[in-house]
Design a protein around this ligand. Structure first.
Ligand SMILES: *Cc1c(COP(=O)(O)O)cnc(C)c1O
Length: 397
């Protein structure tokens, strides 16, 4: 199926078919092209490709057929004109910044973004003369007050990590556009199966494909989706020059991941909702953060903006870090690892791992307490997950 015809098909169909161009071999599954360069029929053809007069592959740092199939399929799923694949999620964020920002520009970012994103902004972007200010994800007034004439980019993740706070994408896209800025949404937690930021007005969607797009914890990868002008020209221009490109092997794994994405995201969400309700009723659990619960502060917004609540659940146990660590250490099934978006459920204690470097004061301000635990709910039977978590919770007495 040619991506030009993509608009006529629904999500589930695009997920298994968009972007594939069969070779003369008639293969059914997408082929992997592990080749660094491509050959030309003549000197004249080589010259025409290099000049850009004739489209086609030259070198896999620029384009590769397997990677292109993944890019086209993801673009179709996000409803974007164009997508570029990168070596990791961080390479996608770096390529977006390098492609679209220059010295003197200003960025407004949600405070609750992925830790390496904050490090990239603070340590490296600032070194090249790009200023970054941080605001509370769910406070539209704070975003507006942070804008300056030089603001070029608004950056956020929704739902946030680890508290699953939800931002109003349409409202922030409108705010960005009124001030001549772009809105970039890191859509890692929802994926296009649950949330399509471009349809809500965002200009750029960023992915860590490492998480749910793969969905089985195998490969590193990332992507940026948006217009031909922003992504196809500017972000791709940086990517092909600087080289954080996706490997064709990884692109193939992600293609296979996309084929089951809608099914998996529905199943992750159903399991997470069951587990969140069970946790909410548990006497040793003080609070549960999950957009699918009526108790979530942005529950209604999440219901409007997302087609399901997603697989990430956070909860606070009574008794601080010692109690939280007991719950982690008593598990036998759930994996103690910081990764997320896997078929296997994972558990993380943010205050001592992913958010340790943030500092106690900033954590307290952000609401990340010592008793907080984050789950990436996998596809195991919920009853087994409940029993595993209850080993530690019951021990808290
Ligand atoms: C993991 C993650 C990233 C970074 O992706 P990598 O593939 O690890 O480079 C960015 N944003 C979010 C929300 C993530 O969870």
């Amino acid at each position: 199926m040619d991506s030009d015809q993509s608009e006529d098909y629904r999500f589930e169909t695009l997920a298994v078919r968009a972007g594939q161009v069969r070779t003369g071999e008639g293969e059914h599954s997408e082929p992997i092209f592990p080749t660094s360069s491509f050959v030309f029929a003549s000197a004249a053809e080589a010259a025409a490709r290099f000049s850009g007069a004739v489209p086609g592959n030259i070198y896999s740092r620029f384009t590769n057929p397997t990677v292109r199939t993944f890019e086209r399929r993801l673009a179709a799923l996000e409803g974007g004109e164009c997508s570029v694949a990168t070596a990791s999620g961080m390479a996608a964020i770096l390529s977006t910044c390098m492609g679209l920002l220059k010295a003197g520009d200003h960025v407004v970012s949600s405070r609750s973004v992925f830790g390496s994103t904050t490090s990239l902004f603070n340590t490296y972007l600032q070194r090249f003369g790009v200023a970054v200010d941080y605001v509370a994800l769910t406070d539209p007034g704070a975003w507006e007050r942070a804008l300056r004439p030089a603001t070029r980019l608004l950056f956020l993740e929704t739902p946030s990590n680890p508290l699953t706070e939800v931002a109003d994408i349409a409202a922030l896209a409108d705010l960005a556009h009124r001030h001549g800025a772009l809105l970039a949404v890191d859509n890692c937690f929802c994926t296009p199966a649950l949330q399509r930021p471009l349809a809500l007005g965002a200009d750029l969607v960023i992915h860590s494909a490492t998480k749910y797009l793969d969905g089985q914890g195998r490969c590193m990868g990332g992507a940026v989706v948006g217009s031909q002008e922003l992504v196809g020209k500017e972000v791709f221009g940086f990517l092909r020059t600087a080289g954080p490109s996706m490997s064709p092997f990884n692109a193939w794994v992600f293609l296979k991941g996309l084929e089951t994405l809608a099914l998996r995201m529905r199943a992750h969400s159903a399991n997470a909702l069951d587990l969140a309700r069970w946790l909410e009723g548990h006497p040793r659990v003080h609070r549960v953060h999950y957009p699918g619960l009526a108790s979530h502060p942005q529950h209604e917004l999440a219901c409007r903006q997302q087609s399901a609540p997603g697989g990430i659940v956070s909860f606070e146990v009574v008794g601080g870090q010692a109690a939280a660590w007991t719950v982690v250490d008593r598990t036998r099934l759930v994996s103690i690892t910081a990764n997320l978006g896997d078929t296997k459920t994972t558990i993380t204690h943010p205050a001592s791992t992913t958010h340790a470097r943030v500092g106690a004061e900033a954590r307290a301000e952000a609401g990340i307490g010592d008793g907080l635990l984050r789950l990436s709910v996998g596809l195991e039977a919920v009853e087994d997950l409940e029993a595993d978590l209850d080993r530690g919770l019951a021990a808290l007495g």
